[in-house]
Design a protein. Sequence first.
Length: 174
Amino acid sequence: MVAEEGMADDLAALASLESELVADDAATAAALLGGAADAAPAAASAGAPAPHTFPDGLAVHVSNLPEEVQPEELYEHFKYCGEVRRIIIKVDKNTGARLGFAYIDFAMETHVDDALLLHESDLKGSTLKVNKKRLWQNSMRQFTLNPNHHPRMALLFKVMIITRVSIIQHYSKL
């Protein structure tokens, strides 16, 4: 009986503490959002991107990461370059295993330039490779299939079309 009463008291205390934390979080979030609303016009006039966007031009690709590196460790390594806005450590969708690289977003282009100076720096025994993040449009251009670029590509397209026509003719007879 006494243990149950003590447990009920603990649960009540925990519930009140949780409600206080939720109220504090709501107040803090409102204060931060109010401050962000005031700061957004100033940042836009200064040429900085909006606080909620992460342009590719303000990010670096960091590869050759140690197996168990944490985002906090990456932050500590890159914080002297400038304002770190986001760190993404890429993982395999199916297995959850880390892929060995990350993207780090910065607030300004000068911060990206400073981060590039950390190319071949050491983090937990691994030599990091730091490069500018490739823009999506530029990286896809090299994979466009245009038969005019190479004669073998034209042959490949002809084979693909003939194969497709053969398959359609075969199944249309059935």
